[in-house]
Design a protein around this ligand. Structure first.
Ligand SMILES: [Zn+2]
Ligand SMILES: [Zn+2]
Length: 243
């Protein structure tokens, strides 16, 4: 099975577990309080994962302290978004070839549905991954990604099997959000250039709504503009920084 179809399988499996498991939880008398706790856990680990993949590993925007470093690596594993090296490599290709036929996920070409199914283009260009490969702990996590994911799933299961259901749900909303960022942040596939996502959606995209600013200066940690604050870059990441 090629990589794209493996992603499709994962996306549909996670969706199926979500659609069956979440109603089952409530039918079997699960409490709303625990549902909120499981969802918040997912929002926090998803945020840490996204900050790690995108801002720390792909663009080297900051140097984290040791606690943040392992919290972020944990976030990348729990969120289920896959191999770090692969994702960074694909994302650097996206930046170099954004909105062209060599873009790994050009919304003009793919549309939202194919992006959500994971039918991204295979990256073609070479990039130096030296800085990423020097992070030995990340390389280890990357090479053993699905084994570590399985270990965390078992630990979740031992705490309560519902955490495994929430793992699927938390992946599912993260994956919709991430693809929406890549779709709407490039003019919904209409303009052929990076654009803005505002309002609630900017907050849901963890403040990464100023996607045009991001494409212009990838090292910029705080991408805020008047009326569209990058809350992760402005308030959250400063707490993760090394002294
Ligand atoms: Zn980027
Ligand atoms: Zn982009």
């Amino acid at each position: 099975m090629n990589y794209q179809y493996k992603v499709t399988f994962k996306v549909l499996l996670m969706l199926a577990i979500t659609l069956i498991g979440i109603p089952a939880y409530f039918i079997m008398g699960g409490s709303i309080q625990m549902a909120i706790v499981f969802t918040l856990y997912g929002i926090i680990t998803n945020a840490l994962g996204q900050i790690a993949y995108h801002r720390w590993l792909a663009h080297d925007q900051f140097v984290p302290n040791i606690v943040a470093r392992y919290a972020m690596i944990f976030g990348t594993i729990v969120c289920g978004n896959g191999n770090h090296i692969h994702n960074v490599y694909a994302h650097l290709n996206h930046h170099k070839y954004a909105d062209t036929d060599k873009d790994t996920h050009n919304p003009q070409e793919l549309g939202f549905l194919k992006m959500w199914l994971g039918w991204y283009k295979t990256p073609t260009d070479y990039f130096s991954m030296r800085k990423l490969l020097q992070k030995r702990d990340v390389v280890f996590a990357s090479k053993n990604y699905w084994k570590l994911y399985a270990v965390i799933s078992v630990l979740h299961f031992l705490i309560t099997p519902w955490l495994v259901v929430w793992q699927a749900f938390n992946f599912t909303h993260m994956w919709i959000g991430l693809n929406w960022l890549n779709y709407a942040g490039h003019g919904h596939g209409k303009t052929g250039e990076p654009s803005k996502i505002t309002g609630f959606l900017n907050h849901w995209m963890m403040g990464e709504g100023n996607h045009d600013v991001h494409h212009k200066s990838v090292k910029k940690l705080d991408m805020s503009e008047p009326g569209n604050v990058d809350w992760a870059g402005r308030y959250l990441i400063p707490m993760l920084l090394a002294k």
